[in-house]
Design a protein around this ligand. Structure first.
Ligand code: IMP
Length: 213
């Protein structure tokens, strides 16, 4: 059994990742681990942000952990919103406003291709392991569906007719960037010696997150 902290405050991501893990894995979100901090994403690549988020939590807890950073990349917009996907609308950022800004930028574009890219960083005893998942697709000019989060209502993955926002979680998982990256992570973890605690894992987390190793 492998136990890891998932270094995120995004409840949608936690739900998705928990639905993807087999019975050999358990994870705790930051909130579940009693860690109440907002980890900054100051860098200009998904990789650097993922590494930073995992580093912060590893340093705080002494526990092996993983983080992920995801961006929606639109070639017609030079890769935007990309690493800025969460804060695309600037100070007014919200899922709604980010979509509105993207739709207004796409209005005059004929190429509607886009892809989600997820980078996971597993920090094992201070050593980083990166895993990538890509979901190619296209963007619609209007929202469809109430499910999911972020840009899901305007994104149709290749091979589907529905937006992620119209899909159930299981349906989204058949295509998703996050699923592909998590599969690589779990495949890697299963190559490690099976144990109740991964190297560097501190299973005695204190509720205030002030753990020392
Ligand atoms: P971050 O990885 O927390 O920086 O999130 C980046 C942003 O990308 C989120 O705020 C969402 O708007 C968007 N995003 C990330 N993953 C997904 C997804 O699976 N579907 C739709 N939007 C997503």
């Amino acid at each position: 059994m492998h136990h890891l902290i998932f270094a995120t405050n995004n409840s949608h991501k936690v739900l998705e990742v928990k639905s993807l893990l087999g019975s050999n894995f358990t994870i705790e979100s930051l909130q579940e681990a009693g860690i109440f901090i907002d980890i900054p994403e100051p860098f200009d690549t998904l990789e650097a942000n993922a590494i930073e988020k995992a580093r912060v939590i590893y340093q705080l807890t002494g526990s092996s952990c993983f983080s992920e950073d995801t961006g929606l990349e639109v070639p017609a917009l030079g890769g935007e919103p990309g690493v800025k996907s969460a804060r695309y609308a600037g100070d007014d950022r919200s899922f709604e406003n980010n979509i509105d800004k993207l739709l207004s930028k796409l209005k005059d574009q004929t190429d509607q291709a886009a892809r989600f890219r997820t980078v996971i960083c597993l920090n094992l005893q201070g050593v980083n392991h990166l895993f990538e998942g890509i979901c190619p697709g296209r963007l619609l000019g209007e929202r469809r569906g109430e499910g999911g989060f972020g840009y899901d209502p305007i994104f149709v993955p290749d091979g589907a007719d529905l937006t992620f926002g119209e899909m159930t979680l299981d349906e989204k998982n058949q295509y998703s960037h996050r699923k592909k990256a998590i599969t690589k992570l779990t495949e890697f973890l299963t190559t490690l010696p099976d144990s109740n605690s991964l190297p560097g894992t501190n299973t005695n987390l204190q509720p205030d997150g002030q753990n020392k190793n």
